[in-house]
Design a protein around this ligand. Structure first.
Ligand code: NDP
Ligand code: MG
Length: 381
């Protein structure tokens, strides 16, 4: 029985992870869960999966949950302390980081120190702290198993291949709901328009990120840390059908890819059972139904959030944190309808030019940078 914990169990990745646990209840056991404030759903999950410890970010929600589940033997915790307790809970073997945003940094680091393998969906953590997390994982002999579909595809395409023979990584992108649009057309895009992703059903923040191509920018940075390649070796290829989930080109010109229907359950399940593969009773790819696969260059003039990501990655230090924190704040403001769509990349660009650079930042400096960016953006709106 593999014992797992999930940070962000009530979200898109979290609930799909629990679907897999439900299918493999004889082999996977949930021992700890954490979420933000969705008490109703977390209560249901606690009753069904019977974890030993749960945490809610919101103190109020935690108190509410504690009352609701007082008939069960489960400890209910709150805040960062709660997230950390879930992450390092002694029985946990694999921590699924399905929380959204930089809040995942500290729990992920503590889990690695406690020797837990990480099934990583929370890309923001690697973007900001990859230089801390990757060496730490090596030191503690811990596996970082990618859940992000592109990175899972790359991971699968690297199986059994010599790592020093990679020419480049071809990171595929659907292009999002605004593919083909020009800047003028994006001016008046509303939250509802940006939330209509053509192929994937995901949480709100990542869906907005997909529409701006900032998600792809974050994924470029995530790929650098996971696979130890240089920015020049990561090429984004727009592939609107989202069938090829990413590819690796080797020095001899061979390209190895992983294909499948767009369904996050596959990469999640692969991470949970790696290196094994298990039956998944979902629709399979039918090449006759799939008439064609097309490819385009990304439009990095209109969707310049992607270009800024490469700049942030090349600068290094805390610049990826500035990029990420500015995006997190700007997307939150856009979702609250306080700024317009095009102000998202604008705020990233302005933050990157305004906030001072720190080389090789530690966790405290990463979190300080986040605060500085938030203050700067608060001053802009
Ligand atoms: P969702 O918004 O659907 O879910 C986020 C989860 O995190 C919820 O359970 C939420 O709890 C919880 N949460 C948010 N803030 C806190 C906090 N401060 N403390 C504790 N829990 C918190 O996001 P997704 O599932 O879409 O994304 C999660 C991560 O996975 C992101 O980093 C995303 O980039 C990545 N990812 C997602 C993919 C997808 O298909 N969805 C694909 C690839 C990567 P509550 O509901 O209670 O607020
Ligand atoms: Mg992805």
């Amino acid at each position: 029985m593999k014992k797992i914990a999930i940070l962000g169990s009530t979200g898109s990745i979290g609930t799909q992870t629990l679907d897999i646990v439900r299918n493999y209840s004889g082999e996977l056991q949930v021992v700890a869960l954490a979420a933000g404030s969705n008490v109703e759903l977390l209560e249901k999950q606690v009753r069904e999966f019977q974890p030993k410890v749960v945490a809610m970010w919101s103190e109020k929600a935690a108190m509410d949950l504690k009352e609701r589940v007082s008939d069960l033997e489960v400890s209910v915790l709150a805040g960062m302390e709660g997230l950390l307790s879930v992450a390092v809970f002694p029985e946990v073997e694999v921590l699924v980081t399905a929380i959204v945003g930089m809040i995942g940094i500290r729990p992920t680091i503590e889990a690695i120190k406690a020797g837990k393998d990480i099934a990583l969906a929370n890309k923001e953590t690697l973007v900001c702290a990859g230089h801390i997390i990757m060496p730490l994982a090596k030191e503690h002999n811990v596996s970082i198993l990618p859940v992000d579909s592109e990175h899972s595809a790359i991971f699968q395409s690297l199986n059994g291949e010599p790592k020093n023979r990679i020419n480049k990584i071809l990171l595929t992108a659907s292009g999002g709901p605004f593919r083909g649009k020009r800047k003028e057309e994006l001016q008046n895009m509303q939250v509802e328009d940006a939330l209509k992703h053509p192929n994937w059903s995901m949480g709100r923040k990542i869906t907005i990120d997909s529409s701006t191509l900032v998600n792809k920018g974050l994924e470029v940075m995530e790929a650098k840390w996971l696979f130890g390649v240089e920015p020049e070796q990561i090429q984004v290829v727009v592939h609107p059908q989202s069938i090829i989930h990413s590819m690796v080109e080797y020095v001899d010109g061979a390209v190895i890819a992983q294909l499948g229907i767009p369904d996050m359950k596959l990469p999640i399940q692969y991470a949970l059972f790696y290196p094994d593969r298990r039956v998944m009773n979902e629709k399979k790819l039918d090449f006759f139904e799939l008439q064609n696969m097309t490819f385009e260059k990304p439009d990095t003039e209109t969707f310049y959030g992607l270009k800024l990501a490469y700049e942030a990655l090349r600068s290094g230090g805390n610049v990826p944190t500035i990029y990420n924190a500015a995006n997190e704040k700007a997307v939150a403001l856009f979702l609250e309808k306080k700024i317009s769509y095009l102000q998202i990349p604008e705020m990233i660009e302005r933050s990157m030019s305004k906030i001072s650079k720190i080389e090789n930042p530690g966790v405290e400096q990463i979190l300080e940078t986040e605060n500085r960016v938030y203050e700067y953006i608060a001053g802009l709106v």
